[in-house]
Ligand binder design. Structure first.
Ligand SMILES: [Ca+2]
Length: 671
């Protein structure tokens, strides 16, 4: 039977050579009807080690988290966890599912969680290190029970929730890697041999080429009795040289989904009648996330004047910015700084609406006139009462961000009409970034923080916290210490009435001082095709959904789409298991209200309370997400863990321009 051995050897060689083959070879080999093809403007494959600051798309599909969290619906699903339970104000106990196993058959344990999280103590890891500013320890109670313990000094419930969506690694594999490689496991080790990877997710890396990589379904996955198996047998990602190249492949039916900026995307279905769509069929086409603001630098004397700031806010043609350069891919952001399309809209204080800026050049001019900021020498430029001229100012965004560049031109034209001379300037990204760090920008467009369980606290903190600085937040260099006690109180508060009071006060201060002006919500790029797969999340098919780069949190999508011709059944477990963030806080409030409980009568005997509902949270470790951007062949914006409070400047440096946002979202910018 030598031929069998020869065949085996041949197949082995074939498998080893595959990574060298092109996408065409992969595409031919994998059945089109069983494969989802996706594209984002990710870079070329770098590695599949989730500890790295930059990892390949889908890497975290291979690893479990305790919970999955959808920031658009603000809901949780227990994944590797079975339940949670507040023990006291500082202690959250998590039970891990008895079924949860690594691919090699060993159980997913509390020790795996402790080991993974503690890697962030030993090494600088964007996704793990900042959590230690908010927790004291991870306690292992038994093999399947752990406790996340914080203290009054470190208390921040948003950050604690963030731990629940953090990936978990198998200690038995990574501790031996660590023994060999030390800190290189978090900085250099690539994890590029699919057969070496030990995960616990329903997909594992199959192979990759220079521009394509594919994951294959794990058919003996531990979760199949609980969750079933996902529908696609293969999920492949292709990297294109730029957005237009991806758009061509999408139009040609080579891709089933993508996250690329494409001008006039609606023409695919409205004009070309193709089976293509975005989340909404009409404007705004995409879900919105982080408010994009016009920031005005307090370090500049002219811009520190509240009347100048208010006048500028009234000179912004909000609708034109969105309809022209942004192709109506968004809507005007609420001036309150709270994303009004998110569940957090309940915190918007409508009594403050009279303070909202509206586009009105006459009103803008009157604000300046009334403040004595007028043109005294007839050159068309106004001066402050002390003679400071409103000229020589710039409005800057990185070169290549064509939509934002056009917005700067439009804003500058309008400011000239009210006697303020502002010149657009478009430096390279790195120059723009450094100028912001150096507080040298005058006016600039920038992001803030997105929706999710920490919203809107995360946005108020990002925009107004005087303790922050670029890139972590406070891009306007706002110096009002009045906001500090409010920002510090919210993450420790569970009383809805008090939260409303704090948020109302923050809105009032924000609208009074205008450290920035919210313009629109950054579009969450997501396009899909129904040529091969149906049941995609959309406005008329509202399903569990997170961004197409957030895994494992967006895993349920692979369980409810279906091959064309089959029924995209929505799994019952999603509806049964999901619960809102508010439940976590209600449960906490009950524990806080209860009288102190006596110590357990029989120490040493572990009493396990199994609850069936639990949940998890995601790590936006520092509460804040910072979106960072880089220009390469493609330009992208990434959401990265904010590490400022951690005081870990080194981490910031490490993650600039890379993907630290494993557990966090990730957004792209059009080129
Ligand atoms: Ca003048």
């Amino acid at each position: 039977m030598n031929w069998r051995r020869s065949l085996a050897a041949f197949l082995l060689c074939w498998a080893l050579l595959l990574p060298l083959f092109s996408v065409a070879a992969l595409a031919q080999e994998l059945p089109r009807a069983e494969t989802v093809w996706h594209s984002s403007d990710w870079g070329l494959p770098k590695g599949f080690n989730p500890l790295l600051p930059s990892v390949d798309w889908g890497t975290t599909m291979m690893y479990p988290s305790l919970y999955m969290y959808s920031r658009f619906s603000d809901e949780w699903i227990p994944y590797a966890a079975e339940s949670y339970k507040w023990i006291d104000k500082y202690t959250l106990e998590i039970k891990i599912r008895g079924e949860a196993k690594w691919w090699d058959g060993r159980p997913v344990t509390a020790n795996d969680v402790k080991y993974t999280f503690e890697l962030g103590k030993k090494y600088t890891i964007g996704a793990l290190s900042p959590m230690w500013d908010y927790i004291e320890e991870v306690q292992v109670i038994d093999q399947k029970t752990l406790r996340l313990v914080t203290s009054e000094a470190k208390l921040n419930y948003f950050q604690m929730l963030g731990l629940l969506t953090t990936f978990i690694l198998p200690q038995h594999r990574w501790s031996s890697l660590e023994a060999q490689l030390g800190g290189k496991i978090a900085s250099e080790y690539m994890e590029q041999r699919p057969e070496d990877i030990v995960g616990a997710g329903p997909y594992r890396l199959l192979r990759f080429t220079e521009d394509t990589f594919c994951y294959a379904r794990v058919d003996d996955w531990w979760g199949k009795d609980l969750f079933g198996l996902p529908r696609p047998k293969y999920i492949c990602h292709r990297t294109f040289k730029d957005n237009p190249a991806a758009a061509l492949a999408f139009e040609a039916g080579e891709l089933d989904s993508m996250t690329h900026f494409t001008p006039k995307i609606w023409e695919l279905w409205e004009v070309k009648k193709l089976e293509r769509r975005t989340y909404f069929a009409k404007q705004p086409y995409y879900l919105g996330d982080s408010p994009i603001l016009l920031y005005m630098n307090y370090e500049k004397k002219a811009l520190a004047d509240p009347n100048v700031r208010r006048a500028i806010a009234h000179a912004i043609p909000f609708d034109e910015l969105i309809s022209k350069p942004y192709y109506n891919y968004s809507i005007r952001a609420s001036p309150s700084l709270i994303v009004h399309t998110s569940p957090a809209a309940k915190y918007i204080d409508k009594k403050l609406e009279p303070m909202y800026p509206v586009y009105d050049l006459a009103k803008a001019a009157k604000i300046l006139d009334d403040a004595g900021i007028v043109d005294r020498n007839g050159d068309g430029i106004r001066e402050l009462p002390d003679g400071t001229e409103l000229k020589g100012l710039t409005i800057q965004v990185p070169y290549g961000w064509t939509d934002w560049m056009a917005m700067c031109e439009i804003i500058a034209q309008n400011l000239r009409k009210i006697g303020i001379e502002v010149t657009p300037e478009f430096p390279d990204f790195s120059v723009w970034w450094q100028r912001s760090i150096d507080k040298q920008l005058d006016l600039n467009l920038g992001w803030s923080a997105g929706v999710g369980y920490a919203h809107p606290w995360n946005v108020f903190r990002f925009v107004m916290d005087p303790r922050l600085s670029h890139p972590a937040g406070n891009w306007a260099n706002y110096k009002n210490t009045e906001v500090i006690p409010l920002i510090d109180a919210i993450p420790k508060e569970t009383d809805p009435a008090k939260l409303q009071e704090y948020y109302s006060k923050l809105q009032e201060i924000f609208l009074r001082d205008l450290p920035g002006v919210p313009l629109f919500y950054g579009a969450v790029w997501y396009e899909y095709s129904t040529e091969y797969w149906v049941g995609w999340p959309a406005e008329e098919n509202q399903r569990w959904f997170d961004t197409m780069w957030s895994y494992p949190t967006n895993l349920p999508i692979w369980f409810y789409i279906a091959p064309k011709g089959q029924d995209p059944t929505y799994p019952a477990w999603i509806e049964r298991l999901k619960f809102p963030t508010s439940k976590i806080f209600e449960d906490l409030a009950k524990v806080l209200a209860a009288p102190p409980t006596p110590p357990p009568p029989t120490p040493g005997v572990t009493t396990v309370t199994v609850e069936k509902t639990v949940t998890q949270v995601q790590v936006r470790t520092e509460v804040q997400t910072v979106q960072q951007t880089q220009l390469a062949t493609v330009t992208r914006t990434e959401t990265v863990t904010d590490v400022t409070l951690a005081g870990v400047a080194a981490i910031v440096a490490l993650i600039v321009g890379v993907v630290a946002g494993l557990a966090v979202g990730r957004r792209r910018r059009p080129t």
